[in-house]
Write a protein that binds this ligand. Sequence first.
Ligand SMILES: CC(C)(COP(=O)(O)OP(=O)(O)OC[C@H]1O[C@@H](n2cnc3c(N)ncnc32)[C@H](O)[C@@H]1OP(=O)(O)O)[C@@H](O)C(=O)NCCC(=O)NCCS
Length: 329
Amino acid sequence: MNNLRPVGIIGTGKYVPEKILTNSDLEKMVDTNDEWIVSRTGIKERHIAAPDQATSDLAYEAALKALESAGMTGSDLDLIIVATITPDSSFPSTACILQDKLGAKGAAAFDLSAACSGFVYGLATATSFIQSGMYNNALVIGADCLSRITDYTDRNTCVLFGDGAGAVVVGEVPEGRGFKAFDLGAEGAGGSLLQIEGGGSRLPASAETVENKKHYIYMNGREVFKFAVRVMGTATVEVLRKAGMDRTDVDLFVPHQANVRIIQSAMQRLELPEEKVVVNVDKYANTSAASIPLALVEAAEEGRMKAGDTVLMVGFGGGLTWGASVLVW
Ligand SMILES: CC(C)(COP(=O)(O)OP(=O)(O)OC[C@H]1O[C@@H](n2cnc3c(N)ncnc32)[C@H](O)[C@@H]1OP(=O)(O)O)[C@@H](O)C(=O)NCCC(=O)NCCS
């Protein structure tokens, strides 16, 4: 990415719905307990969208804050990318709904499907468009309402997920700053380990698919865990190599927030001290595409990065996919 126009993050915003679902609330819904959830995942609570809130509503709130912090309005945008696996509906895209609500007339808008890796895929896409000169200011949002696709009678999955949105404005930054490398990847062969089988063109929604709960997330937790630990390590090493850096250059590590044990394994591999790692899975659980931007934006709001710091984001998820980036803040 040398000799290209420097592109980075110039505005940030986040939103989580008001309602909080705690581990003790879940104890009343399924056969689980706070001790199991905290010790196996690190999660204490998660936010759940109100019945009248859809993914675009969460995304909109985060987007307004990101635009405000960039000193922009919707009309300054020429590209909107929403990473999500829970669009308001199959189509129109959630990005098009936002384009209208934000008054981003003329901006290109599309959704991006890479599950929990979606935000980093979106950053790479927006950066490429801007570096090529095709666009100048892009809004990249990770937003998901996982509560809408979670089976609250299945203790294997329902304790893990939450709702939220994180947004950034991506644009030109001063020389020396911005994105230095991306590492995106996929292992489609593992797709069935984490999926929603029903409701698409293979298995269209029907009374039978609903009865068989095919519209909910299915996950093979143990296999996904192994994949996650492996690719968090390999993607991190690879993206640092591409950036011409090593682990000692990392000032802040922003991993996908799925399970604190997966984050700890990456910390050990990179020998990173706690103060260099963002962890908020305890408050929000796994919010899929929103997870990394929620962590990044929260860290920014807490003043954990200063200009020139090296920020490493890494995510993994359904697909199976992974995505990592090195950003000089
Ligand atoms: C799901 C996950 C937390 C399970 O943790 P684990 O230590 O692997 O637990 P196991 O799968 O070994 O299950 C242990 C037992 O706990 C039980 N269990 C599962 N969920 C439970 C819950 N909420 N409460 C209590 N017990 C539970 C299981 O039924 C199993 O019981 P069994 O041994 O009698 O069959 C873990 O595998 C994980 O985090 N996987 C990755 C998930 C992920 O990141 N997904 C999103 C990717 S983007």
